[in-house]
Design a protein. Structure first.
Length: 164
């Protein structure tokens, strides 16, 4: 379990990066958030699976794609996470989106946090909180069952005690 005061590492999901740059924490309004996130990157405390970068390149804003290109060091290669991600997918078959056209990052985000004894940062909600979920498991469901802490971007801001 992650100590509440320790300087942990975060495994961030595409949804949190999108909420930061494109939806709710827009950098023109929350300008200091860029510096806070960049400080986590500089301290080697914020990471993402390579598949997150691929998702960002596919659906991200121009600004987020540029940020990802500038911060290549945070993206952990798929081969580093593959065995653990496949084990997670074997355990939680309902984590796969049946309509996905490409491999999704979810299991890799969880595997990264698991390998580094870190915290998952995602905007996803558990299946039980959805009216008609397309699948039986989402990132928070798998994290809960695996004992991996899972928080939102706002949760990370609170944990880090950021004042914006």
């Amino acid at each position: 379990m992650v100590d509440g005061t320790a300087k942990v590492e975060y495994s961030i999901d595409t949804s949190s990066l999108m909420d930061w740059q494109a939806r709710y924490y827009l950098i023109d309004v929350f300008a200091s958030l860029v510096g806070q996130i960049d400080a986590l990157v500089s301290a080697a405390r914020l990471f993402a699976a390579q598949l997150v970068r691929e998702e960002v390149e596919s659906v991200g804003t121009v600004g987020l794609i540029g940020w990802a290109a500038t911060n290549k060091s945070i993206f952990v290669p798929t081969k580093t996470l593959l065995a653990d991600a496949l084990a997670i997918l074997d355990q939680f078959t309902g984590l796969r989106d049946p309509r996905a056209e490409f491999e999704e990052a979810d299991a890799y985000v969880i595997a990264l946090a698991q390998q580094r004894n870190g915290i998952v940062v995602t905007q996803e909600t558990p299946a039980a909180e959805k009216q008609r979920p397309r699948r039986t498991h989402f990132i928070p469901d798998a994290c809960r069952e695996l004992g991996i802490p899972c928080i939102s971007l706002l949760g990370m801001m609170r944990r880090e005690k950021w004042v914006l």
